[in-house]
Design a protein around this ligand. Structure first.
Ligand SMILES: [Zn+2]
Length: 418
């Protein structure tokens, strides 16, 4: 029996057990039992070899080992075993939203927390382990302690720790699955932006899916996700399409409401790509919105307002074909555009030759019956006209009405000078 100090609860002079750093079920699932060489392959900086050795170390007391086992058991349930079954999925009672290659299962708060803690527990164990093989994993003193407190159920996992191990592939049927946490409303200004930025630092694009978009524009959301995963089912080459100017506002409205998350907005120039007379891609431009303190916009200054394809179609070279047509025919001097950081990293604009100029502050919306309403309709002067107390601020009036704000992640601003 080994006695010592438990690294999780910090009790001293207790029996310490030999803990797995990566759970044993994970090793079982990656072993290829039918093969002559069933062991997983281990890749190190200077050598590659196969080994049946599992990473273990004496670090936890028995009680703490069982605390972590709860999270491991949930992670085990959710992932696939060797037969291609996931007990979580086979016993799932909720509604599974299915779409082409994507299936979405909702997790409740406790399940999402277990999954987060599982991921954190692996990172933490690897970080505090003495093994030379894990030298490269180090959360640092501060985060080791935060992780320890969270795993010991003394604090909640802080917001700035995001764990993103949600997506994985079932190798047995080659389908993608996504587990999401049920949406909540948050009032703090930078709540969503902080998460976006924390992910960006690690080279990860975080996509925020708003509840109202999920409920009312689910097809658009799903098409966007497929596009980000390079899984868009249909492909057209832009050279097979024809650029046309569109004057029919009804067609524009229908197309944007059906295919763009933000829907219709009035515009001055509307360019479409047509395939056999069917609109498959749309780009719209307006005169640049007047900036405070600046004279009304100069000629030649435009804003690219909307760009989208028909759902589930990828048009190779489509955006640049529309954009070039605009430049050739309208001879703009300067074009500005914004990418919504909730779901875009603006890489399309970089492809089109825009320069990144800066970030805008998060915008807020009021949530009424689960739908985000633009704050423009709740300005103080509008509220006073509706009979609300003129001595109160917009914020106070809305709080009294129990209507709360939600902040997005702000925009990225891009510019192109010609
Ligand atoms: Zn302990």
């Amino acid at each position: 029996m080994v006695k010592g100090k438990c690294k999780l609860c910090l009790k001293d002079n207790v029996e310490i057990v030999n803990s797995h750093i990566v759970p044993s079920w994970a090793y079982k699932r990656i072993r290829e039992n039918n093969s002559k060489q069933p062991d997983p392959i281990c890749i190190e900086r200077d050598k590659t070899y196969s080994t049946s050795k599992q990473l273990k170390e004496y670090m936890l007391c028995k009680d703490c080992e069982s605390k972590i086992k709860v999270f491991e058991d949930f992670a085990s349930e959710i992932t696939y075993n060797k037969n291609g079954d996931s007990s979580f999925i086979s016993n799932y009672k909720g509604e599974c939203k299915e779409y082409t290659e994507l299936k979405v299962y909702s997790l409740n708060k406790d399940q999402a927390e277990s999954l987060r803690k599982f991921a954190l527990s692996v990172a933490w164990r690897a970080s505090i382990a003495k093994s030379k093989k894990l030298k490269g994993v180090d959360l640092g003193e501060k985060y080791n302690e935060i992780a320890r407190l969270s795993l010991n159920n003394e604090i909640e996992i802080p917001q700035n720790i995001s764990i993103f191990c949600y997506l994985h592939r079932n190798i047995h049927n080659n389908k993608l699955y996504n587990f999401i946490e049920e949406p909540k409303t948050y009032k703090e200004k930078k709540y969503h932006l902080n998460k976006t930025e924390e992910c960006e630092k690690h080279g990860i694009q975080l996509v925020h899916i708003w509840e109202d978009n999920w409920n009312n524009k689910q097809d658009v959301v799903k098409s966007m996700i497929l596009n980000k995963l390079y899984k868009t089912p249909n492909k057209i080459y832009a050279r097979k399409t024809e650029v046309k100017e569109i004057t029919d506002n009804k067609l524009i409205r229908e197309f944007l409401d059906k295919n763009h998350l933000q829907g219709f907005i009035g515009s001055k120039v509307k360019l479409g790509l047509f395939l056999d007379n069917e609109l498959v891609s749309l780009m719209t431009f307006g005169k640049r919105r007047v900036v405070m303190g600046k004279k009304s916009t100069n000629d030649g200054e435009y804003e690219l307002l909307r760009f989208c394809n028909k759902l589930n179609i990828n048009i190779i070279g489509g955006a640049s074909k529309l954009f070039k047509h605009f430049i050739r025919n309208y001879k703009p001097k300067e074009i500005t555009t914004y990418a919504d950081r909730s779901h875009s990293n603006g890489n399309l604009y970089e492809v089109l030759g825009f320069d990144f100029v800066g970030e805008t502050q998060p915008n807020y919306y009021y949530v009424i019956d689960g739908i985000r309403k633009h704050r423009f309709n709740f300005r103080k002067d509008v509220l006073i006209k509706q009979g609300f107390d003129p001595n109160k601020t917009e914020h106070q009036i809305m709080i009294d009405r129990k209507i709360y704000k939600i902040f997005d992640s702000g925009n990225l601003k891009f510019n192109k000078t010609l």
